[in-house]
Design a binder for this molecule. Sequence first.
Ligand code: ZN
Length: 308
Amino acid sequence: MTKAITISEVGPRDGLQNTKIFMPTDAKKRWIAALAAAGLREIEVCSFVNPKLIPQFADAAEIAAFAMTLPNIQVVALVPNLKGAERAAETGVHKISLPISASEAHSKSNVRKTVDEQVDELKRIVALRDALPAGRKMEVNGGISTAFGCTLQGEVPQADVLRLVERIAAAGADTISIADTVGYANPKQVREMFVEARRIAGPKLDAAHFHNTRGLGLANCMAALEAGVTALDSSMAGLGGCPYAPGASGNVITEDLVFMLEAMGYSTGVDFDKLIAARRILEEALPGAEFHGHLAKAGLPKGFKEAA
Ligand code: ZN
């Protein structure tokens, strides 16, 4: 039986937050529409961060509202705080994700709060979710960042991450994800972390987010899948990186991840030709940016068949 894996395309958020060029709003819309048309089931379309801090997201509300008009996708937005969550809620997005660092140093750099303060912010966001009108659903994800190490703090003990999993679950998050923000993780560490974390949070802990900074992105995705994860974040052309974590670089490359999964018989829903067409839109809109990806260069093997 073919197992379905959700690939959450984070390029429009993680990918664009670290690029120097502002991607024009119209190009963002065309790109997101092309990503949806390629069959991606979930897209993180923007961040409701203060645009004074990251001008790339000055058009977040317009982008989120546009994405909500596209069929068959789960629209996700990153929110750094309650204010961002309120702005996101106005656009009707299906899901918001609040980053909560396992590293105190990264927490202060990224959201200017201690870890404890950010957990309190999550509780306020859960209250906002619960106060939405009947029939209006907005899932809240708690995303644990710098879970495998931090360029500011150095080592991040597994016990700190697991304690955070417990606190995020207790705070009422619908889902929890774990992220290797700076590309420090290895597959052994990933397998152990996700097995232990799922022992605490169960199937609520369903998603993993890796950066390919040291070339282990795909291997780490496999380790997370083996531990029971069913959703993986990745970014088209491997763009990405946290501007508040020095040395952070691109995400796992969507095109290569789709190829690996489909070749192994997992179903991603993605059509390769349409995925490459979406990449062309991105390349044209961001002249001079660094685009990665093996599949995009080499093409599919002769006679390759996608999973059902
Ligand atoms: Zn990231």
